[in-house]
Design a binder for this molecule. Sequence first.
Ligand SMILES: [Zn+2]
Length: 242
Amino acid sequence: MYTQARALPLALAALLAVSSAWAADDGGAVKAQPFVVGKTVTKAVQAGITPDKAIEILKAGNVRFASNKSVSYDYKKQVGQTALGQYPLATVVSCIDSRSAPEQVLNQGIGNIFTARVAGNTVNTDILGSLEFAAKVAGSRAIVVLGHTNCGAIKGACDGVKMGNLTSLLENFMPAVNATKTDGERNSKNHEFVEDVAEMNVKLTVEKIREMSPVLKEMEDQGKIKIVGAMYDISNGKVTWY
Ligand SMILES: [Zn+2]
């Protein structure tokens, strides 16, 4: 009881600290400052970021990464700069795959992006709640569903793998498997089929976010955020944007 009574005001204070920053952006209390590659995103920088600009920043980050020109961030300095607040410009839903970490492949520093990671980059109510917090409370301007090539989760779904809790996770991808056409085998031996299912899964996940989250749908309709899909190619480091 004692712990709960103490924890609640702290949690509320933390939430309010973020939400007041967001409200300030809308209220014009913060004078927008330009985004600078390699620098920490502040409240003033976030205030000047549009949904299109947020996506443009991520695209540019991947171009740097794929051409081996990633900027190096001063993490130690950024930890200090972000200790009292975060003002991320976007949120990325990606796979747990060790080769597809959004912060690396989009070359973003501490505090730049929220990331929700689950095998096969799908969403459930917990992830949707996280996305709603990121957009509505913390001011993130874009949601990117980032799939990747040669995805083990997608292959597992194509092959109808059954194993422990993975069985129910893989069921999330069956709509994508069933909606994907092929003249060849409908399993992971068919490389083209696997990549087509992965692309279909990204597109269906984007639709699912709009369908299952009236909060995010409304924000998108009002032009406050954009929800887009993208595919990371693990063979060359490049992201294709849908
Ligand atoms: Zn994967």
